[in-house]
Design a binder for this molecule. Structure first.
Ligand SMILES: Cc1ncc(COP(=O)(O)OP(=O)(O)O)c(N)n1
Ligand SMILES: Cc1nc(C(=O)O)sc1CCOP(=O)(O)O
Ligand SMILES: [Mg+2]
Length: 209
């Protein structure tokens, strides 16, 4: 599967109150190619239940589910994984999940971290944050020039994250981003129909002329 397009990431606050499944389904209908389940709680039973439901939705829409932080849950469901710098060994996760699994790595604004992630078996490398982020305002800042440099270095898909909106996503794509990862500008919508409209608009930015 070619990794290119909208990468939607869930948020426990924005999707509270029964919005998780309808809003995610809207994002998938709008063309999201990857969906990351990002839930920082320790309620393992709920996390398993929700991740299973998301796996089913992704399968129905031809998208890939990625679990944030939790290699064991990803292995249990047979889906992908995203690891940050403090989230455990990428090489160990690759051994656990097998060579076909999608495993992504946070590289902040550092090409050396991307080189290391590539050596350890990453499927994509993620850089950010590129703009002011509602979700993670304190994340280290990254520049558009970095994306162009990463393009030279990595034969892998490059994910851009952090404050991505419909207005600024074109600059990220022009500088080499293969996927744009979005939370607030996608899921802060008033209703599921608006999520779908936004997802369509993000996806259209990747359409080849
Ligand atoms: C696609 C993508 N890129 C970066 C991150 C951030 O990961 P991390 O630094 O581990 O921070 P948390 O998301 O775990 O708070 C991500 N989740 N997804
Ligand atoms: C989870 C995350 N990681 C980041 C990083 O820079 O590594 S920025 C971020 C939050 C992305 O959410 P929003 O689209 O609302 O800014
Ligand atoms: Mg993490």
């Amino acid at each position: 599967m070619k990794l290119r397009g909208l990468y939607a990431i869930t948020d426990s606050q924005l999707l509270a109150g029964g919005k998780l499944l309808p809003y995610v389904e809207a994002a998938l209908k709008g063309g999201a190619r990857l969906l990351q389940y990002r839930d920082k709680s320790s309620d393992d039973a709920r996390r398993l239940r929700e991740a299973e439901a998301l796996r089913e939705l992704c399968a129905r829409h031809g998208a890939q589910l990625i679990i944030n932080d939790d290699a064991e849950l990803a292995a249990r469901l047979g889906v992908g994984l995203h690891l940050g710098q403090g989230d455990g060994s990428l090489a160990a996760a690759r051994a656990l999940l097998g060579r076909k699994a999608i495993i992504g790595a946070t590289c902040h604004a550092r090409l050396d971290l991307a080189e290391q992630a590539i050596r350890e078996g990453a499927s994509y490398v993620a850089f950010g944050r590129f703009f002011d982020s509602n979700t993670k305002p304190g994340a280290p800042a990254a520049s558009l020039e970095l994306l162009a440099q990463a393009r030279q270095l990595a034969g892998l898909p490059i994910v851009a994250i952090g404050g991505v909106t419909l207005d600024n996503a074109p600059s990220l794509i022009a500088h080499g981003a293969s996927l744009v990862a979005v939370i607030h500008a996608l899921f802060s919508a008033e209703n599921a129909a608006e999520v779908e409209r936004r997802a369509h608009a993000f996806s259209a930015l990747f359409a080849t002329p």
